[in-house]
Design a binder for this molecule. Structure first.
Ligand code: ATR
Length: 283
């Protein structure tokens, strides 16, 4: 891919950004499709966020991904918000065509799960009630789940999130509870989503939130943790002959959705997945 006078720039803003997997993933896609785009990462100090958005617009940048710590703050500088991004209250993708913000993190998780099973009419349990849970849970509701149960260590946080989702009217049945009671909920679930950092490097030997004995063969188990690739929870799912969905797939599909928003072109997910695996050192 040659950088030319006409090359379109897309990129990432965050603080820090140097370990991002997004540049290799998107640039591999542009190269494969011979598209005249380049993806770069910009480390933007929180004090300069307004100027970064205005500057990018002035420089005719086509799109941004947005990561920590800018996902919430950036919303005030945009002209439009996707409906679900507004409900979530966080943005990870900007399209400069109309200065519109989207949240493809939640879509990424949904697409990852939908490689294995449709969300529609399923009973879904989500562990955790932080930022990742919020993005994913709204999209689980939007994609037609029958019921959504949010479980958290701090039960009040789960209750608040469940209340927000209930208010959105995207789904009829939203419950919340304590993560300590997760086994009973999982026995009645079709899909389990773990958004907690339990099992994340360097704590990969932590006890998983659910053991194989609680899982049946039809259960789909998604772990948002991607380092290690196969977490203790996914190992339990494999042991139970249940259906594991790896965290890397969420990274892949959030990127694929952003790519489509900026370029209008369907993302070449295979080459993007290989680039991700190379970056993350996954076999
Ligand atoms: P993220 O943006 O990744 O969602 P976050 O907003 O800090 O990160 O949320 C982390 C979530 O994981 C929270 O729901 C947190 O539970 P609390 O609200 O009770 O703190 C949950 N979490 C973190 N460590 C956990 C642990 N060891 N066991 C269970 N839940 C945990």
């Amino acid at each position: 891919m040659k950088i030319k006078g006409s090359t379109n720039i897309v990129g990432l803003i965050g603080h820090p950004v140097e370990h991002s997997f997004s540049p290799p993933m998107h640039n591999a896609a542009f190269k494969l499709l011979d598209m005249n785009y380049a993806y770069v990462a910009f480390d933007v100090n929180p004090n300069n966020l307004n100027e970064a958005i205005a500057g990018a617009q002035a420089l005719n940048v086509k799109g941004f991904n947005v990561t920590i710590p800018h996902k919430v703050e950036v919303m005030q500088y945009l002209d439009e918000l996707d409906e679900v991004a507004e409900l979530i209250g966080a943005v990870n993708t900007i399209d400069f065509k109309n200065l519109k913000g989207y949240n493809t993190d939640g879509i990424g998780a949904v697409k990852a799960i939908e490689e294995v099973t449709s969300i529609k009419n399923k009973n879904v349990v989500v562990a955790g009630a932080g930022g990742a849970s919020r993005a994913i849970s709204f999209y689980i509701a939007k994609y037609g789940a029958e019921s959504l149960t949010i479980l958290n260590r701090n039960e009040a946080k789960a209750q608040n999130l469940a209340g927000d989702i209930s208010d959105s009217a995207l789904i009829d049945e939203v419950k919340s509870g304590s993560i300590s009671a997760i086994d009973g909920y999982v026995r009645n679930a079709d899909i389990l989503i773990d958004t907690t950092p339990v099992g994340m490097h360097p704590h990969s030997n932590d006890d998983p939130i659910v053991d194989a004995g609680v899982m049946d063969e039809d259960l789909v188990v998604f772990d948002a943790v991607y380092n290690p690739n196969e977490t203790a929870l996914l190992k339990e799912a494999i042991k139970a002959n249940a259906k594991p969905v790896y965290g890397i797939k969420m990274l892949l599909y959030q990127g694929a959705e952003s790519f489509k928003i900026w370029t209008g072109v369907d993302a070449p997910v295979d080459v993007m997945e290989n680039a991700l695996k190379d970056t993350l050192n996954i076999e």
